[in-house]
Design a protein around this ligand. Structure first.
Ligand SMILES: [Zn+2]
Ligand SMILES: [Zn+2]
Length: 397
């Protein structure tokens, strides 16, 4: 899915002439060792604000595990094999694939690797992706290059799965089920905040997307891990850290021996990941809580993100992202105070410049306004099929 690109603390309306962000850089052909036994291999992606995804290769004496093997499609597949060759590795050396979360730039190549190598495929317990429509399986010829573009378009339009409430940090992170995830909003379906619908791709495009899925199958995990599960990679134990917020099924991996955090899209070096609101929970609360969780990991010293360069100050980056959301939340309160009772669409139009209007901006606004509502700082009620919000009067005000 798309990560909305904004600088932390930068209202979306600021100047358009910005230096290129590291997450936007085109995929380099270089393969670099970024931590002991951990290779960074960049795969090309074509999504708003993103130029590459980092596939990490974790080397051990049996071969390697790869994390987040890129978008579906022949271009990414070719780059993946070429990067392996640069590192002196072959496809069949891959014994494990780990997917940090259910966005196509992360899971796209996973099903094909599993199919061709028999690799184990590890995700969080709640992982799910688009479901294959069996009725479309009669398509006989597939133009892979053309389909790739369709998949990319879909990736750009992807609005993310639904969200359930985060249990207390001290409690169980794993009460989510795959079924919770499957209740994501369908194409053309109403949004939970009302007043708009999710965009429906053209019939031709929907058919093409389904055909694409036959070649680059949505991955079916062979092992679903829980918060705290241990996974042996690169000859040492890593711990699964469940980090819901960007998606419900987001997983980071932590290597306490070297203080290395594979941070996926949870913590990125210069941009903030999109937080999709849900009718069922406070996604922003979950996100902020699990940011604290990774910042507080004992001895964390190196973040390996899914987009952008390795970064060394994970707690500092967490502080900056939290600050961004605090500013956003404050801006939302101010807008609500200024315009009075309003729905999510209206609020998002006040918060985002017109070029960003649409379901993504609304979904992000929904996450923030629900966060305030659940904290008792904004009132919410239904008007027809639409949720309406108003800043709660200050005590004595
Ligand atoms: Zn993502
Ligand atoms: Zn991503």
């Amino acid at each position: 899915m798309t990560d909305v690109v904004r600088r932390p603390g930068d209202p979306a309306g600021a100047s358009r002439a910005r230096p290129k962000k590291q997450e936007q850089e085109k995929a380099s052909e270089e393969v670099t060792e970024v931590a002991p036994g951990v290779l960074r291999m960049q795969l090309p992606i074509w999504m708003p604000g993103l130029g590459h995804v980092n596939m990490y290769g974790l080397i051990d004496d049996k071969g390697l595990a790869v994390v987040d093997p890129g978008l579906p499609g022949p271009k990414s597949w070719k780059a993946l094999k070429s990067r392996l060759a640069t590192a002196g590795l072959r496809l069949k050396d891959i014994h494990t694939v780990i997917v940090t979360h259910s966005h196509p730039d992360h899971f796209g190549g996973a099903g094909r690797i599993k199919h061709e190598t028999g690799a184990e495929l590890i995700t969080h317990k709640a992982f799910t992706t688009w479901s294959l429509d069996r009725r479309s399986q009669t398509l006989s010829t597939i133009d892979a290059e053309r389909l790739e573009q369709e998949a990319i378009d879909e990736a750009a339009a992807y609005t993310g799965p639904s969200f359930e409430e985060l249990p207390a940090l001290a409690g169980d992170f794993d009460e989510f089920t795959v079924e919770d995830q499957r209740q994501s909003v369908p194409w053309g379906g109403p949004t939970p905040w009302g007043g708009s619908t999710h965009p429906m791709p053209s019939l031709k495009r929907r058919v093409m997307i389904r055909a694409m899925r036959l070649v680059y199958r949505p991955p079916e995990p062979t092992r679903r891990v829980r918060h705290g599960s241990s996974i042996r990679l690169a000859g040492r134990d890593w711990f699964a850290v469940h980090t819901p917020g960007h998606t419900l099924d987001h997983l980071c991996l932590y290597d306490p021996e070297h203080g290395v955090l594979l941070s996926g899209d949870h913590v990125l070096p210069t941009i903030t990941p999109h937080i999709a609101g849900s009718a069922n929970g406070d996604a922003l609360h979950s996100y902020l809580a699990t940011l604290d969780l990774v910042a507080q990991l004992d001895g964390v010293k190196l973040g390996l993100p899914a987009h952008g360069h390795p970064f060394d100050d994970v707690p500092g980056r967490v502080d900056a992202i939290k600050e961004h959301h605090a500013e956003r939340t404050e801006a939302l309160r101010a807008v609500s105070l200024a315009i009075g009772p309003a729905g999510v669409v209206e609020l998002s139009h006040e918060l985002f410049p017109q070029r960003h209007w649409g379901v993504m901006a609304e979904s992000e606004t929904f996450a923030h306004v629900e966060h305030l509502a659940r904290a008792g700082q904004i009132e919410r009620w239904n008007e027809g099929d639409r949720l309406v919000y108003r800043v709660a009067p200050l005590p004595g005000g």
